[in-house]
Design a protein around this ligand. Structure first.
Ligand SMILES: NC(=O)c1ccc[n+]([C@@H]2O[C@H](COP(=O)([O-])OP(=O)(O)OC[C@H]3O[C@@H](n4cnc5c(N)ncnc54)[C@H](O)[C@@H]3O)[C@@H](O)[C@H]2O)c1
Length: 392
């Protein structure tokens, strides 16, 4: 039996529990949630109740990780689902107790914090998996097949532009010392992970971030000051020559409050809309990712080994719950020593190095090399966080 603790019982932990429930439905009963830790006892209790309904007993509740570590002698793995400033504070003591770690993205609030977690896990020899659910959606797996098989030729350049109007206050996410940065980090680390998964390694970034509207709306007539960016524009160069224009803002008043996504990859023989499908220029043919025959043809090109890793137990990654189940299953396989986690510490570090290259480039007002951010040679933007959170 693999005993798990969940630390942080907020929004994302609830979603992971849906994945856990799906695995149980598939007959995978060798995993149970023994304890839940949250500073907010009510959050822990309500999640414990949901999990009790799934596994037949209610996990124990703790309001501090230290207490859980002192009192639980039979927990082998933790799911860490806390705000970014808490990742290293929570992960490192658990690693020191020999626990395997599944940690929400980004791995750390700064590169230095992320390295501390990664090195602790390496020294202790425990599994460290970084939560990257997006690449596990069917459409991104299919996109990878199309690109790897050169079905639309060689990738050249891409536009990844997310536009929204969102002026509300969203808690810790608006404070640099808790979040590390704004949406560029929070969601952008997923963006980078998908781009790396599909296109290869970025090596240089030129970017500008701006905070145009620091006042966030927090209920009737109440405003709270944000100190993270609300707008970002960047150019990312990849080692293989691909160039990506990645930008976002939540001050795009031409669109309504739904995100407007432009996620297009242009290639030598067509283009791909990551949410919709791909266009083959030479055949004048559009192949939608939601058409059964297209999915079937592309899936037939996936090797049996890859298939079993991408789509275990028949999950295709068609919805959020599927994706969380696949992610948890990947973590269990890694703990059992059957393979390394799909997104390991190095992937987590590389994903966030591109994001921090964006911030560093904006502060320095010049292009920066991702490698210099990865290797802690550039930390101008991150310095304040490292100092104030005592990350050395
Ligand atoms: N993969 C995704 O798609 C996705 C989506 C949302 C959030 N996330 C990530 O999940 C993490 C949590 O985000 P969220 O949206 O669930 O936040 P949240 O604010 O909804 O929940 C965080 C919970 O952690 C608790 N907490 C805070 N500090 C703690 C500590 N030191 N010890 C124990 N509990 C503590 C809070 O009380 C709260 O219940 C972040 O890393 C975030 O980036 C990932």
């Amino acid at each position: 039996m693999l005993n798990l603790a969940i630390i942080g019982a907020g929004e994302i932990a609830r979603r992971h529990v849906n994945g856990f429930a799906l695995l149980r439905e598939k007959g995978l009963k060798g995993l149970q949630v023994r304890s839940i830790v949250d500073l907010n006892e009510e959050n822990a209790k309500s999640l414990a109740k949901i999990i009790g309904g799934i596994q037949g007993f209610v996990p124990r509740i703790y309001t501090s990780t230290e207490k859980m570590l002192r009192e639980e002698s039979d927990v082998q793995a933790v799911y860490i689902c806390v705000p970014h400033s808490e990742h290293h504070r929570v992960a490192i003591p658990c690693i020191e107790e020999g626990m395997h770690i599944f940690i929400e993205k980004p791995l750390g609030i700064t590169m230095r914090a992320a390295w501390k977690i990664a090195k602790a896990a390496q020294n202790k020899g425990v599994v460290l998996a970084v939560a990257e659910n997006f690449r596990r959606f069917l459409r991104y797996r299919l996109a990878k097949v199309v690109l790897d098989r050169l079905l639309i030729g060689v990738p050249r350049f891409a536009f990844w532009i997310d536009q929204k109007v969102f002026l509300d206050y969203w808690g810790w996410r608006h404070h640099k010392l808790m979040a590390g940065g704004g949406w560029t980090l929070d969601y952008g680390v997923h963006t980078v992970d998908i781009l790396r998964f599909l296109l290869g390694e970025p090596y240089e970034v030129y970017a500008v971030t701006r905070l145009f509207e620091p006042q966030r709306i927090a209920g009737y007539e109440r405003k709270i000051q944000s100190d993270v960016e609300d707008t970002m524009m960047s150019v990312i160069k990849f080692s293989n020559g691909i160039v990506v224009n990645w930008s976002w803002s939540d001050l795009c008043f031409n669109v309504n409050d739904e995100w407007n996504y432009i996620r297009l990859i242009y290639t030598s023989d067509g283009s791909m809309h990551l949410e919709k499908g791909f266009w083959i220029r030479s055949k004048r043919l559009f192949q939608p990712f939601d058409r059964e025959d297209v999915v079937k043809n592309l899936l037939a090109m996936v090797s049996p080994k890859q298939r079993s890793e991408w789509f275990p137990l028949g999950f295709l990654g068609k919805n959020w719950d599927d994706v969380f189940a696949i992610e948890l299953y990947d973590f269990i396989k890694a703990i059992n020593g059957e393979r390394k986690p799909e997104v390991d510490a190095m992937d987590g570090l590389r994903d966030q190095a591109v994001v921090f290259a964006v911030y560093e480039s904006s502060v320095l007002n010049e292009p920066v090399r991702v490698e210099d951010v990865l290797n802690l040679k550039l930390e101008e933007y991150q310095k304040e966080i490292n100092e104030k959170l005592s990350i050395s």
